[in-house]
Design a binder for this molecule. Structure first.
Ligand code: UD1
Length: 418
């Protein structure tokens, strides 16, 4: 196991290039199951979650090769396989994304039921209910979702809760279904739009992506396509949070500005000065962060995936802020660790009340999930003295070369073996 050792208190400065979006690459990699052939995919980030997905695809008859110039070559070869094993699914919940494509293309899917995780129960009942509505025969037995169908049928799917991967799973399944599927209360996330663009390149007929109602007219066949995945709005937001906490001046390159409106508004309220162009942001922080309240919501609201990082900034704000988490029931695991660094936070139901302190002090802390890890790194960068962030395998699941990129921004951060 590895840890990060951080000497805090240094202002960040320099340029950082944002990587491909994990949450876009994962559904796009699942969608290759919908058509045989060769795909050249650009901007697939090199992350643990991506290598897990590529391993899972391999067990489903899809080979991959990482080429130079950031190109991943994918080849779908064996269309007979349909089982996503517990061993892989348990390490990454997004494995559920292969369910829709397998069922639509191969008529059969056996996907391990993802368990709970640190941030909440995270059921997949809505994925299953929607696919049943489209005519799939689904049993949950021995820890597996066992699904069969002759041909999926277009249907009106009205999601009770906005679900990102649920919307993506149904959009992929519907692309090869008979007739038209209307997805109501669909997720409007930018990654859903990116997946729709990829599917359209494959020949799918989709309208309404990015709105609450998506319509998919099934086609009998799709074809492989080359594509460049969008860049990561959460990674970009994480670097903004880092400079908001430490002070300094950084420039984000390859930044998906179009997908970051609510996050940019919030950072502007905090006092981060930003010069925003189409795909870059120069961010300057030269004062104490202003205390702000925030509530996480489905897109276009403030993302739950930025909640922990924003909280790290608020621990150093000039007043009292309230952060309310609406998406996941248990996404405050970072709170007790931030407190070990001197943060003043009280939890009440789904809200955290944070009183900004003058300083944080370095400490040994433990990462519990992906975004919580980023929050602890941000706090450590701003804290006085040395911190050690343990269990950083969570961080490596979702941030490409995070420590390397921070070092290039003048942070004093190194990776060591435990
Ligand atoms: C995706 C993102 C994750 C982000 C989350 C919310 C990917 C790979 N992951 O996760 O980074 O934090 O969106 O923006 O894109 N729910 C149900 N039943 C279901 C499905 C979901 O009750 O069948 C609930 C969940 O428990 C949660 C809420 O719906 O409370 C939203 O979850 P969802 O949007 O599905 O999250 P993911 O797609 O898993």
């Amino acid at each position: 196991m590895e840890k990060l050792v951080i000497n805090g208190g240094k202002k960040l400065s320099g340029d950082v290039k944002i990587s491909g979006a994990k949450n876009s690459a994962l559904p796009i990699l699942s969608a290759v199951l919908l058509a045989e052939g060769k795909y050249l995919l650009q901007n697939i980030p090199q992350l643990k979650d991506i290598s897990t997905m590529l391993k899972l695809l391999e067990t489903l008859g899809v080979s991959s090769l990482q080429k130079e110039n950031d190109v991943t070559v994918i080849n779908t070869e064996n269309l007979e396989l349909f089982t996503a094993d517990y061993e892989l699914v348990r390490t990454m919940r997004a494995s559920i994304l292969v369910l829709g494509p397998l069922l639509a293309k191969r008529g059969r899917a056996k996907v391990s039921l993802p368990g709970g995780c640190a941030i909440g129960e995270r059921p997949v009942d809505l994925h299953i209910k929607a696919l049943k509505q489209m005519g799939a025969d689904i049993e949950v037995e021995h820890g597996y979702i066992n699904a069969k169908c002759n041909k999926l049928k277009g249907s009106i799917i009205n999601f009770d809760i906005v679900t990102v991967t649920g919307t993506e799973n149904i959009m992929m399944a519907a692309a090869l279904a008979e007739g038209t599927t209307v997805i109501k209360n669909a997720a409007q996330e930018p990654e859903v739009i990116d997946l729709a663009r990829f599917l359209k390149g494959m020949g799918a007929k989709i309208t309404g992506e990015g709105t609450k109602t998506i319509e998919v007219e099934g086609v009998s066949e799709l074809k492989s396509v080359d594509y460049s995945v969008m860049t990561d709005r959460i990674e970009a937001g994480t670097f903004l949070a880092a400079v908001a906490a430490t002070g300094g001046k950084i420039k984000l390159l390859n930044c998906p500005v179009w997908a970051m409106t609510s996050v940019l508004e919030k950072f502007s309220e905090i006092g981060l000065k930003m010069e925003v162009s189409e795909d870059s942001i120069v961010a300057v922080m030269d004062k104490k962060p202003k205390a702000v309240d925030v509530t996480t919501l489905p897109y276009p609201g403030f993302p739950t995936d930025m909640q922990a990082q924003l909280m790290a900034v608020m621990t150093l704000s000039d007043g009292l802020s309230v952060i309310t988490e609406n998406i996941f029931e248990n996404r405050f695991m970072h709170v007790s660790e931030l407190k070990r660094m001197g943060a003043n936070i009280k939890l009440k139901d789904r809200s955290a009340v944070i009183k900004g302190e003058d300083k944080l002090t370095g400490a040994q802390v433990m990462a519990s999930d992906l975004r919580a890890s980023a929050s602890l790194v941000i706090a450590a960068l701003a804290a006085e003295g040395e911190s050690q962030v343990h269990r950083i395998y969570h961080l490596d699941r979702g941030y490409e070369k995070f420590d390397e990129k921070l070092r290039a921004l003048s942070a004093d951060i190194r990776r060591e073996r435990e």
